[in-house]
Ligand binder design. Structure first.
Ligand SMILES: [Mg+2]
Length: 169
C-alpha cells in the first residue's frame, strides 16, 4: 500500500504570499468563463511530483476542489483525474486547519503525507503516527527541493506493504 500525498495548491505550489516570484516561478493566468486567477507556477514541480508518483498516490487537498483537476493539473503536467478531497463547510475549527476533520475522514487508516501552508502543531498532534507526515510549507516560498527530498526520504524509510495501521479518526 502506497502512502497518499495530500497536495494543497495555494501556498505549496502557488506561493501566493511571495512579494515577487521566487526563483524558478513563472506568473500564469488561469481563465475560466468570466474568472481569471493569477498564480505563480514552478514548472519543475510537475516533474518532481511525477517522480514522487512511484512512491505516493497523489491527492488534491486544496480549496480549488474539482477545479484542481480541471485547471491546475494541466498547468503542472499532472493527471487530470486525481482523487480530490472536498470541503463542504470551511468554518474555522477550534484548533488547526478547517481541512483537518475532512482529511481525517478521508484518509482513514491509510498512511499519508500532507503538504500545506496552513498546517502546524495542531495537525502534528492529531496526526502523530509513524505513518503520517505533516509538512508545513511557507506560502512565500512554496515547495522546495528540501521538501521533495523529505517526502522521498520519508516514503523510502517506511515499509507500508502489509502493515495494518491503527485508526486515527
Ligand atoms: Mg494553502
Amino acid at each position: 500500500m502506497r502512502p497518499l500525498l495530500l497536495l494543497d495548491f495555494d501556498g505549496p505550489l502557488n506561493p501566493h504570499r511571495a512579494e515577487q516570484a521566487p526563483p524558478g516561478y513563472q506568473p500564469r493566468e488561469i481563465v475560466e468563463g468570466e474568472k481569471t486567477w493569477r498564480v505563480l507556477i514552478d514548472p519543475r514541480h510537475g516533474a518532481e511530483l511525477a517522480a514522487l508518483d512511484g512512491s505516493f498516490d497523489l491527492v488534491w487537498a486544496t480549496s480549488w476542489e474539482h477545479g484542481a483537476n480541471r485547471l491546475l493539473s494541466p498547468l503542472l503536467g499532472l493527471p487530470s483525474d486525481l482523487p480530490t478531497i472536498l470541503w463542504p463547510d470551511r468554518s474555522p475549527v477550534r484548533r488547526g486547519s478547517w481541512k483537518t476533520p475532512y482529511v481525517a475522514d478521508w484518509v482513514g487508516d491509510r498512511p499519508f503525507a500532507w503538504v500545506d501552508d496552513e498546517v502546524g502543531e495542531a495537525e502534528n498532534v492529531r496526526f502523530s503516527g509513524a505513518h503520517q507526515l505533516i509538512r508545513p510549507v511557507d506560502a512565500r516560498v512554496g515547495l522546495t527541493g528540501a521538501d521533495f527530498a523529505a517526502l522521498r526520504g520519508w516514503a523510502a524509510g517506511k515499509s507500508f506493504a502489509g502493515k495494518v495501521f491503527p485508526g486515527h479518526s
